[in-house]
Design a protein around this ligand. Structure first.
Ligand code: COA
Length: 155
């Protein structure tokens, strides 16, 4: 898997202070457009993260780039449909951070297959997944009319 970045990318457990950064990152209009995901209000964000961090089946990590909080990466969902997701702050884009973070998450996870669902227009995320070994399996039309690509990592 080609992971090319000059930054030192590491994962660690999510600390409460990280949530302030994740909140700002998930409000970025360009990021929301890429992910086809609307920003959450602060109350909705807090409810979402409280639920995520309390879910024993969800594996959620803070992504550090040279020791700075760059975003988050996660694996969640039922046993037969484990899904990965990630969100990186815009100032870190285009430097291989998501690819290295997903690679580190995959190294930590023994479960396979893993799945991902990405808006068809999110070329950067599709590229990240394919660089990490995921293959396209199909597509689906989401309720909001966005065409989504389904990807899978078999091994
Ligand atoms: C998608 C996202 C995770 C990518 O993060 P990143 O750290 O910039 O990703 P990387 O640098 O590791 O890799 C991006 C790859 O996509 C490529 N890319 C970027 N924009 C592209 C575009 N418009 N078309 C084609 N490829 C593109 C880059 O060239 C790079 O590939 P390369 O290494 O072969 O050159 C980041 O933009 C993000 O968090 N976006 C908002 C949230 C989101 O979309 N999350 C994923 C939801 S499925």
């Amino acid at each position: 898997m080609p992971v090319v970045t000059d930054l030192r990318v590491e994962l660690r457990a999510v600390a409460p202070a990280d949530l302030e950064i994740f909140f700002i990152q998930q409000q970025d209009p360009s990021a929301c457009e890429m992910a086809a995901f609307p920003p959450r209000s602060r109350p909705a964000f807090d409810v979402h993260w409280a639920r995520v961090l309390a879910d024993p089946s969800a594996i959620t990590r803070t992504v550090l780039a040279d020791g700075v909080v760059a975003g988050n990466a996660a694996c969640f969902g039922p046993q037969d449909q484990r899904e990965v997701a990630y969100w990186i702050g815009r100032e870190f884009w285009g430097q291989g951070v998501a690819t290295a973070a997903l690679g580190a998450l995959l190294a930590e996870l023994s479960e396979r297959p893993l799945h991902a669902i990405v808006a068809q227009h999110n070329a950067a995320s599709l590229r990240v997944l394919e660089k990490c070994g995921f293959s396209r399996r199909g597509e689906q039309l989401a309720e909001d009319g966005i065409l989504e690509i389904e990807l899978e990592l078999e091994r």
